[in-house]
Design a protein around this ligand. Structure first.
Ligand SMILES: Cc1cc2nc3c(=O)[nH]c(=O)nc-3n(C[C@H](O)[C@H](O)[C@H](O)COP(=O)(O)O)c2cc1C
Ligand SMILES: Nc1ncnc2c1ncn2[C@@H]1O[C@H](COP(=O)(O)OP(=O)(O)OP(=O)(O)O)[C@@H](O)[C@H]1O
Length: 351
């Protein structure tokens, strides 16, 4: 379910050593997707939940101001750019671009996100130097949590066990979290076991249209956030008006094709809480109408109104079919009608 609680609570994002709030309890890794495995790694560094009388100390009116220094900051430490992007020079898309990652971390009660600049200097640090310079000196780290497969330092020489030994020299305890598979969450032992949850696995699932498994690994539906922009306005002529979405260019897009989706209009001033609207989405080039560029568009069931400029959150529930080139608009219309019927059944839990 989409977590939209704002409460004025924010995550302090530090993009340089001077901005870091210290001391810290640190979870280390890339954390793209903030999936169920990541969530387990984050758990040991969190402060106990705020009591009912007082909010967590990071809850304040101005999220741009650092919170009052007290105790130890629960901090996710990650890298910018993504190490793979640094080594290959190829821009990479994210399951959770920065805004989304911050939103997810906030919902987990993480207080600070540190974006270590991944450059030649950082990538050349030995495991010992990484612990001394980054974790001890820069972050004043008091506790660390990583997954069992965590590797760090020059050429990924250091393992989670090495981290434990090196950190022990500074009296810093390290929690090593066993790798989680999504079958851990299912009581039905009839499921075929998948490899451990990872960002790469979720990307593969989304690339192949396996939305169910992607969502199970994430612990929530994979969601596209976008602003509604003008399309060709052909949809309304075939009886299926669509909201065309402009998605941030660094967002990872799943397989082209048609999906059953749940949509929330985020900045609808008339509604106090975002309203849930069911619908269908097409991602693709629209070959039937000789579309040239890739587009993301949603048709909302039983809804009419002006959505231009609005921000939508589109939760992917199930992949229905690949995009096709139809011989006529009439044939496309018939197919979309069938897509809507199937999507309505899926979304209402009938199948
Ligand atoms: C549920 C759904 C399925 C669609 N499937 C296809 C398809 O298989 N092939 C195709 O060329 N276009 C497909 N489209 C895109 C339509 O061609 C597009 O909605 C129409 O051209 C209107 O575009 P416009 O909003 O830019 O005016 C689909 C659209 C929707 C909403
Ligand atoms: N399934 C999992 N169970 C427990 N810990 C995990 C799991 N996946 C990742 N971690 C840990 O969470 C932290 C962040 O993981 P990171 O994003 O670097 O890896 P990942 O999710 O496996 O992604 P990729 O597929 O890109 O390697 C690391 O400490 C990592 O070891």
């Amino acid at each position: 379910m989409l977590n939209l609680s704002q409460n004025g609570c924010s995550v302090w994002v530090a993009a340089s050593a001077t901005e870091v709030l210290r001391p810290t309890n640190v979870a280390l890794g890339k954390f793209d997707g903030v999936h169920l495995g990541h969530q387990r790694v984050i758990q040991p560094i969190l402060q106990p939940a705020a009591n009912k009388d007082g909010d967590s100390r990071i809850c304040q009116d101005d999220p741009n101001q650092p919170p009052t220094p007290e105790l130890i900051y629960s901090t996710v430490v990650t890298f910018r750019p993504h190490p793979q992007e640094f080594f290959t020079g190829t821009p990479r898309t994210w399951l959770t671009p920065l805004d989304e990652k911050v939103q997810q971390l906030r919902s987990l009660r993480v207080e600070q996100l540190v974006l270590l600049p991944f450059d030649k200097e950082l990538s050349a640090l030995s495991p010992e130097e990484f612990v001394d310079k980054i974790l001890v000196q820069q972050l004043q780290c008091q506790r660390i949590s990583v997954g069992q497969d965590f590797c760090f330092g020059k050429q990924r020489q250091g393992t989670a066990k090495d981290l434990q030994l090196l950190a022990a020299q500074h009296n810093i305890p390290v929690t090593i979290v066993p790798l989680q598979t999504h079958t851990d969450n299912l009581s039905d032992s009839g499921f075929v076991s998948l490899p451990p949850i990872s960002t790469s696995l979720i990307r593969q699932c989304l690339e192949s249209g396996d939305i169910k498994n992607a969502n199970l690994c994430l612990g929530r539906p994979y969601t596209l956030f976008g602003t509604v922009v003008q399309g060709q306005q052909l949809g309304r002529t075939i009886g299926f008006p669509t909201a065309n979405l402009q998605i941030p260019s660094d967002k990872f897009l799943p397989r082209h094709g048609v999906y059953a989706v749940k949509v929330y209009i985020l900045n609808d001033t008339a509604a106090t809480t975002p309203q849930l609207i069911l619908g269908v989405m097409n991602i693709g080039n629209r070959p039937t109408v000789n579309g040239t560029n890739s587009s993301v568009e949603v048709h909302l069931f039983d809804w009419s109104g002006d959505l231009y400029g609005k921000q939508l959150a589109v939760e992917l529930i199930e992949f229905l079919r690949p995009e096709q080139k139809f011989a006529s608009l009439e044939a496309l219309k018939t197919q979309i009608q069938q897509d809507c019927t199937i999507a309505q059944k899926i979304l209402s839990g009938e199948c």
